[in-house]
Design a protein around this ligand. Structure first.
Ligand SMILES: C[S@@+](CC[C@H](N)C(=O)[O-])C[C@H]1O[C@@H](n2cnc3c(N)ncnc32)[C@H](O)[C@@H]1O
Length: 409
């Protein structure tokens, strides 16, 4: 059945009105206009209009195990990333991850008739659907390339802007090679399991961030794929999620539960945890504990601060994670809970780190991606050696760096 255009127009206007207060700032007028112009429902055939214009992502394809492999991203993050990308009329743009084609249409609207949009999609069937939707909505001039975005698309390079709409673990050489001088890359970048949409500039072989925005994306597939490891703790329903391939013994961690908990509170009350997770992710043994309500009940553990992935630390046979309890109105007090023979030491390390974060009044975080050659930089918040690059996370506050030097595990 054809969507009722009056209803779709109405829902599209409400969506943009909701987005205008995005992130506490104004939606850039060009992004506002593009999101009013492109009919999102046309890229989501068969999806109820209310879902197409809801605030959540819409999954369009799943693999045989039911894992989502393609979606239209949530309008909020689409708008946020387009604001980061800062497209000007006439820009040549490369998108990695065409998906439904919706974002490619927005890009085509932003760059206008003098520009060019190329979008690469790994799944050939998805690419064909995107091409079809773009053609029927008047954006048939977007070039859809079925293939692995790891390699970009050299024939249309150089690009003034590259936008990646799938979670990347590394920044492949092709993206640097195909970016024009003074160009920008916006990418959901995975750092020890934390994902941020980062705007990068590239100079003299190094990527440096200009802005960051919290987000979640499905991981990239193809040549650049690095799977997250999900380690279920036997029958507890608890899952340990590790991004960087560090070893973990599921049986030993399952046995750790029999020690009973050790808990410690910091007296630090917060409204949001901000960038605390980056501070914790700089410690060895960083992981995230996934513990839905069922799993908390079944395992009997002290509830973690966030059931979708509380930040934790683990050793061979023990683990600790973030907890919170109500503080003064609108605030939560932060603490740590640990299980296993080393639980006391782990919660002490953990709460020391929360205190250092609190003292640091850390400024904005910055991310740099360097070649693997060269000596590690001392005193940074986090360094991750990946397959082809060294990722460094820095704070603007020197106080934070001193505190960190003293607190490495
Ligand atoms: C979140 S969806 C993209 C949303 C899309 N931009 C839209 O507007 O609908 C991520 C897409 O990236 C694709 N993808 C995953 N790995 C890829 C790769 N290496 N190269 C190109 N596309 C990839 C997936 O097949 C999926 O369609």
């Amino acid at each position: 059945m054809e969507a009722d255009p009056m209803t779709a127009n109405h829902l599209r206007t409400s969506m943009v009105t909701r987005l205008r207060d995005w992130d506490g700032g104004a939606l850039p007028p060009s992004v506002d206009a593009a999101m009013r112009a492109v009919p999102r429902e046309a890229f989501l055939p068969g999806t109820p209009l209310a879902d197409a214009y809801g605030s959540s992502p819409v999954v369009t394809h799943r693999d045989d195990n039911g894992i989502a492999t393609s979606s239209a991203s949530a309008p909020g993050i689409v708008a946020a990333m387009l604001a980061q990308l800062d497209v000007r009329p006439g820009h040549r743009i490369l998108e990695i991850g065409a998906g439904t084609g919706y974002n490619a249409a927005l890009l085509a609207h932003l760059t206008g008739p003098g520009g060019q949009v190329t979008t690469v999609e790994l799944d050939h069937g998805v690419a064909a659907e995107a091409e079809q939707a773009l053609a029927t909505t008047g954006y048939g001039h977007v070039t859809v390339i079925p293939g692995d975005g790891e390699y970009g698309h050299r024939p249309n390079a150089p690009y003034d802007r590259i936008i990646v709409t799938v979670g990347a673990w590394e920044l492949p050489a092709a993206w640097a090679d195909q970016l024009a001088p003074a160009g920008l890359l916006v990418v959901p970048f995975r750092m020890r399991g934390l994902t941020r949409s980062v705007t990068f500039e590239h100079t003299a072989g190094t990527w440096r961030s200009r802005s960051m925005h919290e987000c979640g994306f499905m991981p990239i597939r193809g040549a650049g794929a690095v799977a997250e490891r999900n380690i279920p703790l036997a029958d507890t329903g608890l899952t340990i999620r590790i991004d960087d391939g560090q070893p973990a013994d599921a049986d030993a961690l399952r046995r750790a539960l029999s020690s009973g908990p050790a808990q410690s509170w910091t007296g630090i009350e917060v409204t949001v945890t901000g960038e605390l997770d980056f501070w914790l992710a700089g410690l060895d043994g960083f992981f995230r504990l996934l513990a839905g309500n069922d799993a908390v009940q079944r395992s009997g553990i002290v509830p973690p601060a966030f059931n979708w992935g509380a930040m934790g630390l683990l050793t061979g046979d023990s683990f600790a994670y973030l907890t919170r309890r109500p503080g003064r109105p609108g605030h939560s007090e932060l603490g740590a809970c640990g299980y296993g023979p080393e639980r006391e030491q782990l919660i002490s390390t953990y709460t020391d780190r929360i205190r250092a974060f609190n003292r640091s009044q850390a400024g904005r975080l910055q991310v740099e991606v360097h070649p693997l050659t060269g000596a590690p930089l001392p005193g940074t918040l986090m360094q991750i050696d990946k397959r082809n690059s060294r990722v460094i996370v820095l704070t603007e506050g020197e106080v934070g760096r001193e505190a960190l030097g003293a607190m490495a595990v």
